[in-house]
Ligand binder design. Structure first.
Ligand code: C2E
Ligand code: CA
Ligand code: CA
Length: 538
């Protein structure tokens, strides 16, 4: 992914990371507030229903007591009994004897007949109801009259909805489900709509939202009644404000943390190529040379230039930045740095040994650019070396970059540089690559050298590689030689050159020059280990 693309993705992910926790917290707060409002609505509706059922129970009890004693209807004894029932029943305003549509006497002592007209409705249980009943023209509040088994009671429906509402905009209704249009016995707020009635089992309690309202419905277990609580949805906002005050700061904190982490990762990732570019400009890259020895003589005949990056006092190996440098194109500047360092160091090496050879690693990007040839020409000019003093190394991947890389390689070889295939055997098309490309040196990868002396299948492959190099008349350099037995085996198989920790780790130009100097002075001990039967030939 290109760095601009990466920054764009980071911005998107960062924004999502920032907004998502806030959005989630508001969403959760809203859901929680709605759930709370539904619970509150159901609690109000249950309260209404409890009061209604209590009223119905008191009515049933009045009927039972009046009809049980078989007193003479409207006799002073019965009126006295009515009075006692009236006093002891909190929900009943008046008890009366009724016949058809005429009240004959009441607990208030009235004995004149009162015509009450046609009842508003008849419930499933045979109770007749006069909704909005007026006992006298002076009566201000509207009462309800219930009648069954010759007994009538006057009730105040307002008392069943006279509930503490905690300042909320709550509408309470008591309706008779079995009637057309669900006749309302009582309705506070007046916003109940018959269409909100939901057929549900007796005793059930449900809550739902419609048209900006939260509606809670409770059905009586034993009566033909349903209590409703209707609240505007905005009642939940006040709750949300409360939740938002808790959740949003938490969401903001999480969001900021996440966004910061995403941006930090993106910035360090996207800024690494920029850092590499700056490092190349400031020449923060340097080179260490790993000695290459001739296996037959154990003489140091060359070295491989390996790039290093010094950043804030610590050294970073090429494995950690070369792949990203290749991806971002900074490798070209790094190669320029390495070539100019080699150009600076080569004269002191040639001073020790005019035939000394330095290997330079080129990337796939370098092999696609004709400018590389120009850089190598300049190297020869500034260092005073000959093309025989320089070896160009590239991996199989580097060579297989199409016609342009073939052209560049041909150009390099035509200048007289030897070209080596690096890490040979680790790719897939190694054989065809070797046959098709005109190469001079084959570097046997450390993985194959490690297999020497083991029973693994790779130990057989190394023999094939050697045979192949012989038949193609290529010179061989074994990499990563760490033991004496590996060195002896390689020599016995005609591998001309080797490098590895057995002979020397990558080191500074000064250390390498000192090593070469030691070799020139026979009285000093050799720096490179020697096999017992041999003696070094300088
Ligand atoms: P390479 O070209 O295969 O280099 C050999 C690597 O093996 C080096 O690692 C070296 O330090 C390590 N090595 C040598 N002998 C031994 C040994 O006996 N044992 C072990 N365990 N390791 C040994 P280094 O320096 O970390 O380089 C890694 C890779 O980075 C190189 O592999 C090469 O592909 C790349 N590289 C290094 N310098 C440059 C450069 O200037 N330009 C480019 N394009 N790539 C470079
Ligand atoms: Ca190499
Ligand atoms: Ca290698």
């Amino acid at each position: 992914m290109r760095s601009r693309q990466r920054v764009r993705v980071a911005l998107i992910v960062g924004s999502v990371a920032f907004l998502a926790p806030i959005w989630i917290s508001v969403y959760l707060a809203w859901n929680q507030a709605i759930a709370n409002e539904k619970q509150a609505g159901l609690a109000y509706a249950r309260d209404v229903m409890r009061r209604s059922e209590d009223t119905a129970d008191q009515f049933s009890e009045a009927i039972r007591r009046l009809n049980h004693d078989h007193l003479v209807p409207c006799s002073p004894q019965e009126i006295e009994l009515m009075r006692q029932i009236d006093i002891s029943s909190s929900h009943l305003q008046m008890i009366a004897r009724i016949s058809g549509e005429v009240i004959e006497c009441t607990s208030l002592g009235t004995v004149q007949p009162i015509y009450v007209g046609k009842p508003t409705l008849m419930t499933e249980h045979g109770t007749q109801e006069w909704v909005h009943f007026n006992l006298s023209p002076q009566q201000s509040n509207r009462l309800g009259l219930l009648s069954r088994d010759g007994v009538a009671v006057l009730i105040d429906p307002a008392s069943v909805i006279d509930i503490q509402k905690d300042g909320k905009d709550v509408g309470l209704s008591l309706v008779v489900p079995s009637t057309n249009d669900h006749v309302r016995i009582v309705d506070s707020g007046g916003n109940f709509r018959p269409g909100w009635f939901r057929p549900a089992a007796p005793g059930s309690a449900i809550s739902f939202m419609d048209d900006g309202y939260i509606i809670s419905q409770v059905r009586s277990r034993k009566l033909d009644l349903a209590a409703f609580c209707v609240m505007p949805r905005f009642e939940a906002y006040t709750q949300v404000r409360h939740f938002v005050a808790i959740f949003v700061p938490i969401g903001l904190l999480c969001g900021c943390g996440l966004a910061w982490a995403v941006m930090y990762i993106a910035r360090t990732r996207s800024s690494l190529p920029a850092m590499l570019r700056t490092a190349a400009r400031r020449r923060q890259f340097y080179v260490e040379y790993q000695p290459v020895i001739e296996t037959a003589t154990r003489r140091c005949v060359g070295a491989e230039a390996l790039v290093r990056w010094k950043l804030d006092g610590s050294v970073i190996g090429p494995g950690n930045f070369v792949p990203l440098a290749e991806e971002s194109g900074v490798i070209t500047q790094i190669t320029e740095n390495v070539i100019s360092i080699v150009a600076r160091d080569l004269p002191s090496l040639l001073h020790q040994d005019p035939a000394f050879r330095v290997a330079i690693n080129l990337s796939a990007t370098d092999l696609r650019s004709m400018a590389t040839i120009g850089l190598l020409k300049e190297l020869l000019l500034t260092s005073g070396g000959s093309p025989r003093n320089i070896i160009i190394e590239a991996t199989e991947h580097g060579f297989l970059q199409g016609p342009r890389s073939r052209e560049v390689i041909a150009g390099i070889r035509s200048l007289g540089f030897d070209v080596a295939i690096d890490d040979f055997g680790t790719g897939y098309s190694s054989l065809s690559c070797l046959q098709n490309l005109d190469l001079d040196i084959l570097k046997i990868d450390k993985a194959f050298v490690d297999s020497i002396g083991t029973d693994g299948a790779t130990s057989q492959v190394v023999l094939h590689i050697m045979n192949m190099a012989h038949s193609l008349k290529m010179c061989m350099v074994a990499e990563g030689v760490e033991t004496e037995s590996q060195a002896r085996f390689l020599e016995s198989r005609g591998v001309e050159f080797a490098q590895g920790w057995l002979f020397g780790k990558p080191q500074s130009i000064d250390a390498l020059c000192r090593l070469l100097l030691e070799w020139k002075q026979p009285e000093k001990p050799a720096a490179i280990p020697m096999p017992q039967p041999r003696r070094a030939v300088v």
